[in-house]
Ligand binder design. Sequence first.
Ligand code: DQA
Length: 142
Amino acid sequence: ATIFVLNGPNLNLLGTREPDIYGSDTLDDIAGQLEDRARTLDLDIDMRQSNHEGHLVDWLHEAQARKAKAVLLNAGAFTHTSVALHDAIKGIVTPVIEVHLSNPHTRESFRHVSLVGQVAKGTIAGFGTLSYILALEAAARF
Ligand code: DQA
């Protein structure tokens, strides 16, 4: 079974982007760790990143069309703004797990609302790279 791992805006900058908040792992480092763990769970990872909201919408639809077992979604700042992502998650039956490196609730008030979290199966936030691994562990049990 395949797990889609979809990453939104600015996550291509991981490694150098505000490392005190997001850690020093790059997105490739995270992909490598996910692939290592996925192998032991007999799962395949399809990891993608885009700075464009519509790409993320299309990929959510594709996850369902390809019968992905689950989607791990770090929508970045679109988490807090995107009705389109909210509707896309609602519109597919594929379970979506919201993932964040940081814990948005401990940060600026504009990060306290998640339009993704309102329709996700669950949320894992605040554990850096480990947030992705924990989300994969959850998805493996679906
Ligand atoms: C983030 C949290 C968001 O608020 C922020 O806009 C990001 C990263 C996280 O992984 O902690 O881009 O999704």
